[in-house]
Design a protein around this ligand. Structure first.
Ligand SMILES: C[S@@+](CC[C@H](N)C(=O)[O-])C[C@H]1O[C@@H](n2cnc3c(N)ncnc32)[C@H](O)[C@@H]1O
Length: 842
């Protein structure tokens, strides 16, 4: 039987990247099973899924082999260790004469890649035999390293980049030259064609085969202009040598940063790790251990009486991290400080003798390095809760959503909410009761018990429960979390959840630029807050403008005279969505309006747009005779066109239409309606945009708004820009360039949101499986030189998920004036990783 040509093609594609048939075969079989014999996902993106699956299998096999090998080795080592331990125990027992009893639990840091129980676990050892309690020495302080510091994954489940890269180690590249043949014909698929407003008597320029060689190797059309990698934040990997508290030359740890609090220490006493000024704790029952650097605002540790050690971590805006272990010396009033080496030796000795299960090569220095490694490996919690707010006795109230700034204690034991973000006002509460005052999706507030706490929320919090007396309710990021402070511990100077000043800009500088309570400055119909719980970076300076604005030369003509009868539904009345017959606007969209009654883009159009973005080559690319993009890029020598996607348009009703303003075919022009928030992403992508409410598939999120520039202006701007790195991601308005036989410079437009824009300028890139897709929308301009670029959800999106779109970056295009950044999107389809792989194997 002749082999299936698709199978043969898959084998061929894999062979090109060095994968033999015998490796491909079983994986291909599995994939066909998984995809129910559907070849499309397998063939997509040059058999990416197949290549990835093969690599994954190779890795899994290698890991399995290693595991087997390691466990054999570990067993041998264990035997050896046991013998040594027995020896040591004998010596210790002789020395200490302590009767046998179970050892208390010792919290230990989960080291990197160490998922199983710690080899030094203090709970019964592998044989179930309890370990002996060591002799207690005067300096024998228990310590605890919070597990939260050793987390390997965030709650979002998104893998961190180092892990991702690690996973891909050893994988072979999917080479660009394995691309399937690109169709040279201009044959848009039917659905697309039906919606695409075009032709209008203009002769389309047929795609030119000659351009294929110069086409982007990723096979993606140019729908945007890229820009550079952000200033690497890797600098934070270099640790500073810990210095004395009094050292002045230590880099200032600028005002409360991402201080990670330890989880409870011994005796159930919660670690404070609070960021109190030194004075704040005076008079409390705690021993205050303060950093000398008060101006820096670095955190101070307060040690409750029963606790003896406190571990704190602070990072500075310059990326340095300080781990401080605070010891309470009350047990020994004559205590004097020893030197580091002696301390390390002592600890080694203690670990070897007391904890006994350590390798004889154990070194404290290595342990400290491991702590640092683990810390740096740990992803910041994406949505870490704000610290609890100070509470008046008996009354409590905290509300936060990343956007809530502070809570005011109220009179009469009552509580109140003071918020920004989408919480609009706070009601005074009666007689020791507390309430919830919020806008947004807070739906229900229970009356609280006398003197109890209150919850204020934004985002997706739906229900606030009454709290126990003296309790504190913290609501953060749309989810209510409760912090019950049974010790009555108070934080008189709460840390704000808003942007904190960096070394470069003062808080006032930023305030003058941005209203962090509402970055839109009241120009949208919703409030859009801004939070940074990750570092001290301030948001970039830009002007918030609610709609596009022409920079200079762009030809954008909105004249009513240009809107012909077939471009508006002047005979309509009421809501076009409910009209029995297709109106003129619907006809422009292939006989069907794009939106559902719920105001969502219909699923088939969304799917079509997703497909098109994922694999533009399979749809339709248009090649200009003389590409305006290349023209503006290269001046004299015009390179061949790299292709532009011919895209589906949504046609909205507008001024000349007879329908009313509430017509369901007017969505994008109404602007942002969803609860959004600008936030600092935890994984090096800078600022990002997230939703504070669940979004269904097809929901309009926002439009890409910016300055309308000609491409020539944009290139000029970028080349003259002193700081090219800072450019937001400009987009080309080239969705209909194909309808033009020749595009004049002033008609070849793009949008640049660097200096003027809206929250869309914060949407980060995600390769392939982003949760937003951009769709061109015609509102005022029938000629499609100028149109709106609107973002709609590609699937259901959960509250607090970051919103992303695929910029369409070709990470291989090194000629591009704006250098592509190093992608940290975390997608398993990341094209940048693919590129790195390819380089590695080149
Ligand atoms: C349109 S801006 C997005 C907002 C930006 N993160 C900020 O802080 O202003 C695009 C820039 O964000 C960064 N960025 C976006 N997506 C990224 C990703 N997947 N990985 C790394 N950096 C990314 C890059 O610096 C890029 O130039």
């Amino acid at each position: 039987m002749a082999p299936n040509p698709r199978v043969a093609k898959a084998f061929r594609a894999m062979r090109v990247i060095g994968i033999p048939e015998e490796k491909t075969k079983p994986v291909l079989k599995d994939l066909l099973k998984i995809f129910d014999k559907n070849w499309e996902p397998i063939e997509a993106e040059e058999y990416r899924a197949l290549a990835d699956a093969i690599f994954d299998r190779e890795e899994a096999e290698a890991a399995e082999k290693k595991k087997k090998h390691d466990s054999a080795e570990a067993e041998a080592a264990e035997q050896k260790k046991k013998l040594e331990q027995a020896e040591r125990m004998k010596v210790v027992e002789e020395e200490t004469q302590i009767p046998e009893e179970p050892e208390r639990p010792l919290k230990r840091l989960r080291l990197r890649h160490q998922d199983g129980p710690s080899c030094t676990s203090s709970s019964p050892n592998s044989h179930g035999a309890p370990l002996k309690k060591p002799k207690l020495e005067i300096d024998d302080l228990p310590y605890a390293i919070p597990q939260s510091q050793a987390r390997a994954k965030t709650s979002t489940g998104e893998p961190d980049l180092p892990q991702l890269q690690g996973r891909n180690k050893g994988k072979q590249p999917v080479l660009a030259d394995t691309q399937p043949d690109v169709t040279n014909e201009f044959v848009p698929d039917s659905g697309l064609r039906s919606r695409h407003l075009k032709d209008k008597g203009k002769e389309p320029i047929l795609p030119q085969t000659g351009h294929q060689e110069s086409r982007s190797s990723s096979g993606r059309s140019s729908n945007g202009v890229r820009f550079k990698e952000p200033k690497p934040k890797e600098t934070y990997l270099s640790l500073i040598k810990p210095k004395d508290e009094s050292t002045d030359d230590i880099l200032p740890l600028s005002a409360p940063l991402s201080v990670n609090r330890p989880e409870s220490l011994i005796n159930g006493v919660s670690s404070t790790g609070n960021n109190l000024p030194r004075e704040a704790n005076k008079g409390s029952n705690s021993n205050v251990l303060a950093s000398s650097n008060e101006r820096s605002g670095s955190e101070l540790a307060t040690i409750p009486d029963k606790s003896t050690a406190e571990l704190d971590i602070a990072s500075s805006s310059s990326g340095e991290i300080k781990i401080s272990l605070t010891c309470n010396s009350i047990k020994n009033p004559n205590f004097s400080v020893t030197n580091v080496d002696t301390l390390l030796e002592k600890m080694e000795d203690k670990c070897l003798k007391s904890y006994k299960v350590l390798d004889s090569n154990f070194s404290m220095k290595k342990l400290l390095n491991d702590i640092c490694d683990s810390l740096l490996d740990t992803e910041p919690e994406p949505d870490s809760t704000s610290p609890a707010e100070p509470l008046e006795k008996g009354a409590a109230d905290v509300s936060a959503n990343g956007s809530v700034e502070h809570a005011e204690p109220l009179e009469n034991g009552a509580a109140d909410v003071s918020t920004n973000g989408s919480v609009e006002h706070a009601e005074p509460l009666e007689n020791g009761a507390a309430g919830v005052s919020a806008s947004g999706s807070v739906e229900h507030a229970e009356p609280l018990e006398n003197g109890a706490a209150n919850v204020g929320t934004t985002g997706s919090v739906e229900h606030a429960e009454p709290l126990e007396k003296g309790a504190t309710a913290v609501s953060a990021h749309g989810s209510v979390e409760q912090h019950i402070d049974q010790n009555g511990f108070q934080d008189p100077e709460p840390q704000s959840l808003v942007v904190v000043p960096s070394d470069q800009s003062t808080f006032d500088d930023i305030r003058s630029l941005h209203d962090i309570n509402d970055i839109a400055k009241g120009q949208e119909s919703v409030i859009i807050s801004l939070v940074n719980e990750v570092n001290t970076e301030c948001p970039p300076a830009f002007h918030y403008i609610p709609g596009n604005a022409v920079f200079q030369n762009a030809y954008v003509n909105f004249s009513l005279a240009r809107i012909g009868d077939d471009n508006c539904c002047s005979a309509c009345f009421g809501d076009c969505l409910t009209s029995a017959t297709a109106c003129a606007c619907a006809l422009q969209s292939g006989g069907e309006l794009a939106y559902t009654q719920e105001g969502l883009v219909k699923a088939d159009l969304i799917d079509e747009c997703i497909k098109m973005n994922r694999d533009p080559q399979k749809h339709c690319l248009f090649y200009c005779k003389e590409c305006p993009l290349q023209r503006s890029k290269n001046g004299e020598t015009v390179e061949s066109c790299k292709g532009h996607s011919v895209r589906s348009f949504i046609k909205e009703c507008w001024l000349k239409c007879g329908c009313n303003k509430q017509c369901g075919n007017r969505v994008v022009q109404r602007g942002i309606q969803r609860k959004l928030q600008v936030f600092m992403t935890p994984r090096g992508k800078g600022w990002g945009l997230r939703t504070l409410e669940d979004l269904p598939k097809g929901a309009f999120v926002c439009e890409y708004v910016g300055e309308v520039l000609t491409n020539a202006e944009l290139y000029d701007r970028i080349s003259k820009s002193s700081n090219k790195d800072e450019h937001a991601y400009p987009v080309l308005l080239d969705a209909d360039w194909g309808a033009e036989s020749e595009l004049k410079d002033e008609e070849a437009l793009c949008l640049d949101a660097t200096y003027y824009g809206i929250v869309a300028r914060f949407i980060n890139h995600r390769c392939f499986d982003s949760n937003l897709v951009e769709i061109p929308v015609e509102v005022e301009n029938p000629d499609h030189h100028y149109y709106h670029l609107a973002f709609f959800t590609t699937r259901k999106v959960k509250a607090l998920e970051e919103l992303t779109w695929d910029y369409g970056i070709d990470f291989d295009d090194e000629e591009h004036p704006v250098k592509a950044f190093r992608c940290r999107c975390g997608s398993r389809f990341c094209r940048n990783i693919k590129r790195l792989r390819k380089r590695r194997y080149a």
